[in-house]
Ligand binder design. Structure first.
Ligand SMILES: Cc1ncc(COP(=O)(O)O)c(C=O)c1O
Length: 370
């Protein structure tokens, strides 16, 4: 039986009536721009993230862009981030006119190394963007310690609902950073039926500025205090997301159970290194990512058995052609480069059946034992 990397149709089948009814509510109201459904979702996500404010926008990419703009970051400024992430994390830094400064990751978590941030801080550093990769929060309190007051934008695109124990209490993704940015891209744990994003923050002034920036920079229609964007969260998407949100905790729990099953089954196989989750973290496993010897051959073997996998990410950002002007070379961020050659993400979505998990495990075992 094929095991796709992700099967959104399985999820849709289980919740179709709830979502279609919410979606049709917007269609019948004919109120498509902002309005009640967006405000409701913003309240719900702020509650989940334990933040005072949440501001919907068009995508996770725009959430980063708006957050950078809200901090007045632009030409001549530097923003420190990880090269082992989705392109948008650094693309947005470039697009506001600032310079991305890439520092290496911790090999266990794949997340940015706080000590490397400390070494890269300069008088030009205007923000730090740690990424909660694959659903596991970065060591945000350690990032804050080295930031010494420099704003932190937590790229939580892959980690809505993830938590980390800090000083003995659980803190949510986005809760303790200056701003947290979320993506509702369909493959995320909370996925829209198209693009969507949100910024969460405890800061009222930033929230006000972000609301203005997402509507062309004008708090009052047709009067513009600054030049912003058209980056509203689509009202239909907000209704879909509110209908899906009550299921999120259960979906993330099932992903954790699938992850545990894989880890127990795979840990004895020579050639595979299962993901390490910091005991202080509760991951939402947006991805279950192993390190594999002969990774590309393993991927081809799994493909031949109709098992879907993905490589997140095959080329770290400091080595992307578009960032050649920054002058990084092979060896600049060795742990990120090593990870990009070894990682392989396996199917971990909540609707997977036990027999499918076994199929994946058996196929991996047969590859290394053949
Ligand atoms: C780490 C990270 N940052 C930013 C983004 C951008 O989000 P979006 O695709 O919603 O623009 C994504 C989504 O793929 C992501 O995984």
């Amino acid at each position: 039986m094929p095991v796709p990397l992700l099967d959104l149709r399985a999820q849709h089948a289980a919740i179709r009536d709830e979502v279609v009814s919410a979606l049709m509510g917007v269609v019948d109201s004919q109120l498509f721009i902002l309005g009640g459904a967006v405000e409701t979702l913003e309240t719900q996500v702020a509650e989940l993230s334990k933040t005072k404010y949440a501001i919907g926008c068009a995508s996770g990419t725009d959430a980063l862009l708006l957050a950078l703009r809200a901090l007045d970051i632009g030409r001549g400024d530097e923003v420190i981030t990880t090269p082992f992430t989705f392109f948008a994390t650094a693309g947005t830094i470039h697009n506001v006119g600032a310079t991305p400064v890439f520092v290496d990751i911790e090999p266990q978590s794949f997340n940015i190394a706080p000590h490397a941030i400390a070494e890269a801080m300069s008088s030009k550093t205007k923000a730090i963007i740690p990424v909660d990769l694959f659903g596991q929060m970065a060591e945000i309190e350690k990032v804050a310690a080295v930031a010494k007051g420099t704003p932190i934008i937590e790229d939580a695109a892959q980690s809505i609902g993830a938590r980390r124990q800090i000083g003995g209490s659980w803190r949510m993704a986005g809760e303790v950073a200056t701003m947290g940015t979320l993506s509702f891209f369909p493959s995320k744990n909370l996925g829209a039926y198209g693009d969507g994003g949100m910024i969460v923050t405890q800061d009222q002034a930033l929230a006000t500025r972000l609301r203005r920036l997402r509507v062309h920079g004008g708090a009052k229609q047709y009067f513009h205090d600054e030049v912003g964007y058209n980056s509203r969260l689509d009202t239909i998407q907000a209704a879909v997301l509110s209908a899906k949100l009550p299921h999120l905790a259960d979906w993330s729990q099932k992903r954790r159970e699938n992850a545990r099953y894989y880890t127990e089954a795979l840990c004895g196989i020579d050639g595979v290194c299962t993901p390490t989750i910091d005991p202080k973290n509760e991951s939402i496993f947006n991805q279950y990512t192993i390190r594999a010897q002969r990774r590309d051959d393993l991927q081809a073997h799994l493909k031949s058995k109709q098992i879907g996998t993905a490589i997140y990410y095959p080329l770290p950002l400091h080595l992307q052609p578009c960032f050649a002007y920054l002058g990084y070379r092979e060896g600049s961020c060795p742990e990120s480069e090593k990870a990009s050659k070894e990682v392989l993400s396996l199917p971990v979505y909540p609707e997977l059946r036990r027999s499918q998990l076994d199929e994946v495990v058996d196929a991996i075992r047969s590859f290394y034992e053949q």
